[in-house]
Design a protein around this ligand. Sequence first.
Ligand SMILES: [Zn+2]
Length: 281
Amino acid sequence: MSRTERETFPPFPEPLPVPVVDNHCHLNITRDGSPPVDVQDAIDAAAFVGVDRMVQIGCDRESAQWTVDTVIEHEELLGGVALHPNEVPIHAEMDELDEVLEEIENLSRHDRIRVIGETGLDYFRTGPEGIAIQQEAFRWHIELAKRTDKALQIHDRDAHADVLRILAEEGAPEKTVLHCFSGDVEMARECVERGYYLSFSGTVSFKNAQPLRGAMAVVPPHQLLVETDAPYLTPHPHRGAPNAPYLVPLTVRAMASSLDMDVVDLCKAICDNSTRVYGQW
Ligand SMILES: [Zn+2]
């Protein structure tokens, strides 16, 4: 890391005893105009604390192409591509949605792209006028994941009921992951029953996240995943600072303590689940 990055990024956490996977990050995104992170530096920093593999997600036109180029170059990375639900209405408005989705589909064919995602619904950022087209694009992504036999990673913001309904209507892919799970206990139970994976981000470590930890408590270890969603959602006690894959140990330890689980057992479960969902790196 460069000097300026070290000044803004939190210090290294205690390394994990068993390596895990950051199952959702955006290494190409920076916040507040800060300079792009060096990908190799981010990988090295993560490996240093026991996060030896990552899933890089590119969910707009440029990021999807960047993701394919970058996962080819770095063996620690696998990739996911999609058109994010908040991007969908923008391209629809410009009358180029089909063209962009075709680009995404072409990029998804690469062997190191193992995820269609993040796709889903976002009723927080997109107003009611964008809902119909978001739902249509979500269905398209579900179908693509099934046709290509890749995992599906779902973005669900304030749209829990519709996400569950559309997955049921379309038939969810065999490997379906709720990225940055934000539902309640009822929703967690429903997802568990349907065989989905629930991925928890730094939000589960926040002081006021007791309801989210309650939802996590009903998820059996073989359906748990962990992620940063870097550069967003930095875990406690660095909430607000920029996030990066090397901070995953803070979230894993928060999860283990909340679940009253041994850190080693949780790491092993996360590692096994990640390989089951995404395949060998
Ligand atoms: Zn994300």
